[in-house]
Design a protein around this ligand. Structure first.
Ligand SMILES: [Zn+2]
Length: 150
């Protein structure tokens, strides 16, 4: 048996160890009070390795900050850039190509493909392609060139 470590009154990040709590899965667990007022039970190992440094409020603050930074980085000229990342067609749409949809010509009912893109809430089209591949490479990519900020 390893020597038991007494963490009582120890401080780990925002946590102050108040007392030993009931063991969880045979591991020593400590009742801690967070600076925000919450109480949490944390295992010794998480405290001494500093994996747990708050009741969870610290992580929430950091997550919110990270999220905001990510979001700010994405917003370029009002367009969320990473959505358009990767020029390779995705195989998960009905036509097998992102931004390409099928339609039938009004009179002759022939199958055609149309490329589309939505930028700042506006939708742009290029129609009349005979294959989804053409619609993607000649339509969708051209639309991206025309309408996405460089
Ligand atoms: Zn807290």
């Amino acid at each position: 048996m390893p020597k038991k470590i007494d963490l009582k009154d120890g401080r780990f990040g925002r946590l102050l160890v108040i007392e030993e709590a009931e063991k969880e899965n045979g591991r020593t667990t400590w009742l801690c009070k967070c600076e925000c007022g919450n109480h949490v039970k944390v295992k010794t190992v998480y405290l001494i390795t500093e994996q747990t440094r708050s009741c969870g409020c610290l992580k929430k603050t950091q997550d919110a900050e990270n999220l905001r930074n990510q979001y700010d980085n994405k917003r370029i000229d009002g367009v969320v850039k990473p959505l358009f990342k990767g020029k390779e067609p995705r195989k998960d749409s009905s036509t097998g190509y992102r931004g390409v949809s099928k339609y039938y010509t009004r009179k002759s009912k022939e199958l055609r493909y149309r490329a589309w893109i939505t930028v700042n809430g506006k939708r742009y089209y290029k129609s009349g392609f005979k294959t989804a591949e053409e619609a993607y490479y000649q339509g969708r990519l051209a639309l991206e060139n025309e309408h996405l900020p460089k």
